[in-house]
Design a protein. Structure first.
Length: 173
């Protein structure tokens, strides 16, 4: 080969190396772009999971995370969603129990405040019954009428006090 032919071969070889290098560079860039896209696709569920964990940790009720894959990551997201639902239900039950406990305590206090004056009232009426003397045989009709009314009224008062005591006890229970 002549010198010009040899120069043309070297130029052709240099171009071929440049094309190969360019092709390899393009292939590496395509692989890097594909790796970035795939990494984003793989880590996106973890980002959603991390955001969900932060929301649960701060006490906010967060909507369930959508399950986009059927692999281990998808199973992890489904498990997280189930645990989040259980936690929300536990919070609702705890709030209901706290309300019920508060009402129960208030009922006990109200019943106690109702019962407090009833016992002295009952004892006073019973004491009046014991100390009241029936009118003698020669009592006037007005005295006999008063004695009958006193007996009926005091018996009715004791019955009503006992009814209030039962109601207060039931309310407390």
């Amino acid at each position: 080969p002549t010198l010009s032919e040899q120069g043309a071969i070297e130029v052709a070889q240099a171009r071929m190396v440049a094309y190969l290098f360019g092709g390899l560079l393009l292939l590496l860039v395509a692989i890097a772009v594909l790796a970035v896209v795939l990494a984003g696709q793989l880590t996106r569920p973890f980002g959603s999971l991390r955001a969900g964990l932060r929301a649960v940790g701060s006490g906010a009720d967060e909507a369930p995370i959508p399950v986009e894959t059927r692999d281990e990551v998808g199973e992890l997201v489904e498990t997280f969603n189930a645990m989040q639902a259980q936690l929300a239900e536990s919070r609702r039950q705890l709030a209901a129990q706290e309300r019920e406990l508060a009402w129960s305590e208030m009922a006990r206090q109200v019943a106690h405040e109702i019962k407090n004056p009833l016992m002295p009232m009952k004892l006073s009426v019973q004491h009046l019954q014991r100390t009241f003397r029936a009118p003698p045989e020669d009592a006037t009709p007005a005295e006999r009428d008063f004695a009958a009314r006193f007996e009926r009224t005091s018996a009715m008062l004791i019955d009503q006090i006992e009814t209030l005591e039962r109601i207060a006890g039931d309310f407390s229970a």
